[in-house]
Write a protein that binds this ligand. Structure first.
Ligand SMILES: C[S@@+](CC[C@H](N)C(=O)[O-])C[C@H]1O[C@@H](n2cnc3c(N)ncnc32)[C@H](O)[C@@H]1O
Length: 225
C-alpha cells in the first residue's frame, strides 16, 4: 500500500518521538486521549473489561491498544503507516491479546466480521476521515450498547468541515498533506445522533493548568443504539 496518505504518515513517523518508557506514575503502559502527558481520562471512557474486543482506528505505535491488552482486552489496531506499525511491533512485541493490521480504517471496518464492544480513535483515523463515511462504518461493527469515542484538536472557530493538515518533511522538501475533518462539539452530537448513537457527549477538555499551552482536546463519545 503506497498511497499518498500512507507516505504522509510514514513521514510523520520519522519525526515523531516515541512514547515515554514510563508515565509520571511509573507505569509502563497507560491510555492517553490528549496531546498532553499524564492528562485526561483513561479507559473508563470505553466501559470495557477483560475479554472484550476493542478496535483502535489509526493506532500509530499502539501505546493505547497495548495498555488495553494488559487489562485482558482483545485490542485490535489498524493503521495506514507501515513505519508506525513497525514501531508498534517492536515496542509491544510481548503484548498478549494485541493484534495489528496495516490498512485504511474504512476498508478494515467494511471487511471486519468481529463485533466490537468499543471502537476508538485518538487523533487517529476518525480525525482524517469524513465523519459521514466513518460513523455508519463504526456503527455497523459495534455491538448494541457498544461505545465509540474519539479525540482530536478542537476546531478553530469558523474553520469547519474538511481542512488540510501539513506534515513537515525534510529540509527543502514540501510538506506532506492529509485531509482532516473539524467540527464543533454540537455538530458532533448531531452527527452521532443521526447515525444511531445515543447518550452522546462532546466537549473540550481544557489543557493542563501547568505549562503555557492552552489548546484543549475535543473528546466525543456515543453509545450504539
Ligand atoms: C496523529 S497519529 C495518532 C496515532 C495514535 N492514535 C496516537 O495516539 O499516538 C494519526 C495516525 O492515524 C493513522 N491514520 C490516518 N488516517 C488513517 C486511515 N484512514 N486509516 C488508518 N489509519 C489512519 C496514521 O497513519 C497515524 O498513525
Amino acid at each position: 500500500m503506497t498511497d499518498s496518505r500512507s507516505a504522509a504518515w510514514d513521514a510523520y513517523a520519522r519525526r515523531k518521538s516515541p512514547r515515554r518508557r514510563t508515565n509520571a506514575r511509573g507505569e509502563t503502559t497507560w491510555f492517553n486521549w490528549t496531546q498532553y502527558p499524564d492528562h485526561g481520562p483513561g479507559t473508563e471512557v470505553l466501559a470495557v473489561g477483560s475479554g472484550d474486543h476493542v478496535l483502535d482506528l489509526g493506532c500509530g505505535t499502539g501505546g493505547n491498544a497495548a495498555h488495553l491488552a494488559t487489562l485482558g482486552v482483545r485490542a485490535v489496531g489498524v493503521d495506514l503507516s507501515a513505519a508506525r506499525l513497525a514501531g508498534a511491533r517492536e515496542r509491544w512485541a510481548d503484548a498478549e491479546g494485541m493484534e495489528l493490521h496495516r490498512g485504511d480504517a474504512l476498508a478494515f471496518l467494511a471487511a471486519a466480521t468481529t463485533p466490537y464492544r468499543a471502537i476508538y480513535s485518538v487523533f487517529g483515523a476518525a480525525y482524517f476521515t469524513e465523519p459521514r463515511l466513518m460513523l455508519p462504518a463504526v456503527h455497523g461493527r459495534l455491538v448494541p450498547g457498544g461505545v465509540f469515542a474519539l479525540s482530536q484538536y478542537p476546531p478553530v472557530e469558523g474553520c469547519y468541515g474538511c481542512q488540510a493538515s501539513y506534515i513537515p518533511r525534510g529540509f527543502d522538501e514540501d510538506p506532506a498533506i492529509v485531509k482532516r475533518w473539524d467540527h464543533p462539539p454540537e455538530s458532533w452530537i448531531a452527527m452521532l445522533e443521526e447515525h444511531g448513537f445515543r447518550d452522546v457527549t462532546a466537549g473540550v477538555l481544557p489543557a493542563p493548568a501547568r505549562g503555557r499551552r492552552r489548546i484543549g482536546t475535543l473528546l466525543v463519545r456515543g453509545v450504539r443504539v
